[in-house]
Design a protein around this ligand. Structure first.
Ligand code: C2E
Ligand code: MG
Ligand code: MG
Ligand code: MG
Length: 272
């Protein structure tokens, strides 16, 4: 990858970081086996309105129940899945399972499903999303797709088309992990998002005045362009209070609730 400055350098030749390394190969074989054995499942983490602390929906987060390693987080397998094409099978599982689970919740609640740019660009994402909604008989506005860039975007025009097609279905779209290396202001400005998720690293650094100023600026910008803001990784009351004062309307994090199994949700209530 090129190291020279400027955003353009991220729109790269896809050969570089999408090729599996030898050490990925074993993991890829294990993921394939795990899929065949039904070892993947979804957890759901509440997203709340900061003013009322009411749950407005849940983010679906994938887990792998590994026979030896126990519960494996997606950070340890999504990248390898993307390099192997298995991401499409995993992505379909996430979409279908999340819609089926959300269809049993009160209809005011949304479900947010993560999709990487690789998934959006390499498959017919709008059709797969429509099929998952139809299979669960769920209204499209109850689904939000969170887009994460795990790699640089080879074709911004195609990504724009995919996002626009998804929004045409009535599904909302969020820019995930805002503020990390790959998720930039350029994307917020040039693509159509309904929601912006501020990365947990910023939230954890709120005590730093510069970080606080930047979040305040982002929240104001998002409000002006009609984009809802969700702060991620909120762990303390102090963070929640500060974010609310900055005009941030929604949040998610261990303060409000951990990612839970679908079966745990009916009995779960916010402790407050
Ligand atoms: P993300 O979409 O940004 O999800 C938020 C991550 O923050 C989750 O990690 C969640 O468990 C964690 N988190 C929640 N609250 C807190 C908190 O208060 N403090 C801290 N430190 N962390 C918190 P997780 O579940 O390990 O997922 C990691 C990433 O994997 C996700 O980041 C998302 O990009 C990706 N991912 C998860 N599920 C899927 C999926 O079904 N498909 C795809 N393509 N990617 C997925
Ligand atoms: Mg997410
Ligand atoms: Mg995130
Ligand atoms: Mg993330």
């Amino acid at each position: 990858a090129r190291a020279d400055g400027g955003d353009r350098c991220r729109f790269y030749d896809p050969a570089s970081d999408l090729d599996p390394t030898p050490s990925d190969q074993g993991l890829i074989a294990e993921i394939r086996g795990g899929l065949e054995q039904g070892r993947f499942n979804m957890r759901y983490q509440p997203i709340v309105a900061l003013s009322s602390r009411q749950v407005v929906g849940y983010e679906a987060l994938m887990r792998w129940r590994h026979p030896v390693r126990g519960e494996v987080p997606p950070t340890e397998f999504i990248a390898a899945a993307e390099k192997s094409g298995l991401i499409h099978a995993l992505g379909d599982f996430a979409l279908i399972q999340s819609c089926l689970d959300a269809a049993t919740w009160p209809p005011a609640l949304q479900v947010s499903v993560n999709m990487s740019v690789v998934e959006l660009l390499e498959s017919d994402a709008p059709r797969r999303i429509m099929a998952a909604l139809a299979g669960a008989e769920m209204a499209p506005h109850r689904l939000r797709i969170e887009i994460t860039e795990t790699a640089r975007i080879p074709d911004l025009g195609r990504l724009r088309t995919a996002i626009d097609e998804i929004r045409t279905l009535g599904v909302t779209v969020a820019l995930d992990d805002f503020g990390t290396g790959h998720s930039s202001l350029t994307h917020l400005q040039s693509l159509s998002f309904d929601c912006l998720k501020i990365d947990h690293r910023f939230v954890q650094d709120l005590a730093t005045p510069r970080t606080a100023s930047m979040i305040r600026m982002l929240v104001a910008y998002a409000r002006q362009i009609g984009v809802m803001v969700v702060a991620e990784g909120v762990e303390t009351e102090a963070q929640a209070t500060q974010l609310a004062q900055m005009g941030c309307t929604h949040a998610q994090g261990w303060l409000f609730g951990r990612p839970m199994l679908a079966t745990e949700l009916p009995g779960w209530q916010l402790a407050s």
